[in-house]
Design a protein around this ligand. Structure first.
Ligand code: NAP
Length: 328
């Protein structure tokens, strides 16, 4: 497994990581069952993956529990990043909340579900406009001093807010939407994004020595090339609510995927590996947190590191992507 390191942390990250939203259980992601999920996580560890990204809200605690079980015997070998700031009520309605009181509760719940006594990177999942950032950061510093978290990261943060947070505590990483087809997106699942990943976040992370973790690296599975025009998800699959997977915009996505598949076929590689390697070859990208629900996904994703994209292929891909971007 190839590894990368950033200035602000001493640890090395496997360039292929593991995103745990897809192991939330079948109520959230239709193909997910716990036995396969546990085997997938353990296979990833066996193949050298050392970075696992999860969040309490994935399956309302379920993904953290599954990850905790799967990593029972390998906790010390891996880095776990979980998150705070999205909480839910007894009717599973989700709310942004970054008050100190809420964070103190969330961290203890995450540690219990993950069967661990520390989190390597504790990330703020989304900003909370109703809580002063000073209150949030003070709470994070307190739990850091208590040894419950090692590092603090942010996700979905506009640059100005990250700068404010950095005046209050060290921020070692950023996580944002980023894949071949979503490079400077203005929304995610209909939620406006107050940052432009490729234009703003990547250069910022590079300058500050922060890690960057691209989320949805396979565009929720679209970049595996298996999606058809309809019938890709059950109603309870979160992806059924992604507005980009409907109507005329979805047709544009499917068209560009066909072109990218052509390139993948020409070099005899799966499209998923083309997508992962396109991310890995960027200096700013630290670990690609691709989602996986089974051993086959993991093996195929990890195998991306067995080869590299040539400069000519990168040029060809970037030409297709910039033409696609102009049509959106
Ligand atoms: N910070 C945030 O706000 C945020 C938001 C979203 C995600 N994330 C993080 O990013 C991670 C990854 O993003 P994502 O969950 O949106 O999805 P993704 O990594 O873009 O796509 C994952 C899906 O692609 C399919 N897949 C994966 N490997 C495959 C392979 N080799 N062959 C065929 N299909 C394959 C699987 O779905 P099917 O087989 O069911 O199609 C899998 O669940 C999440 O798990 C989470 O940790 C963070």
């Amino acid at each position: 497994m190839k590894k990368k390191k950033v200035l602000l942390m001493e640890e090395e990250f496997s360039v292929v990581g593991f995103g745990c939203w897809a192991i939330s259980g079948s109520n959230t992601w239709n193909n997910s069952n716990d036995d396969d999920s546990i085997k997938a996580v353990q296979k990833a560890v066996e193949l050298g993956v050392n970075f696992f990204d999860v969040a309490p809200v994935y399956g309302f605690g379920h993904a953290e529990e599954v990850l905790g079980k799967a990593l029972k015997d390998s906790r010390s070998k891996v880095l776990i990043a979980t998150k705070c700031g999205l909480v839910w009520d007894d009717r599973y309605r989700i709310e942004n909340r970054l008050t100190a009181e809420s964070i103190y509760r969330e961290i203890d719940d995450s540690l219990r579900r993950l069967h661990t006594d520390y989190i390597d990177i504790y990330q703020i999942h989304w900003p909370d406009p109703n809580t002063p950032i000073e209150e949030t950061m003070e709470a994070l510093i307190n739990i850091q001093k208590a040894g419950k978290i090692r590092y603090i990261g942010v996700s979905n943060f506009p640059i100005d807010l990250t700068k404010k947070a950095m005046e209050l505590a060290a921020i070692v990483s950023q996580q944002c939407l980023y894949n071949m087809l979503e490079r400077n997106e203005e929304s995610y699942h209909g939620i406006p994004l107050e940052y432009r990943t490729e234009k703003e976040i990547l250069p910022f992370c590079k300058e500050k020595g922060q890690a960057f973790f691209p989320y949805s690296p396979l565009c929720q599975g679209l970049l595996t090339g298996v999606f058809k025009e309809t019938g890709n998800f059950d109603d309870n699959d979160v992806r059924a609510n992604n507005p980009k997977f409907k109507g005329s915009i979805f047709k544009k996505y499917l068209n560009v995927v066909e072109k990218l598949k052509g390139i993948a076929n020409s070099i005899n590689k799966p499209l998923s590996q083309l997508a992962i390697n396109w991310l890995i070859q960027k200096d700013e990208v630290t670990s690609v947190i691709s989602g996986a629900q089974n051993i086959n996904h993991v093996e195929e994703n990890v195998d991306s590191v067995s080869w590299e994209l040539s400069d000519d292929i990168i040029k060809e891909i970037d030409h297709i992507l910039s033409t696609f971007e102009k049509t959106c």
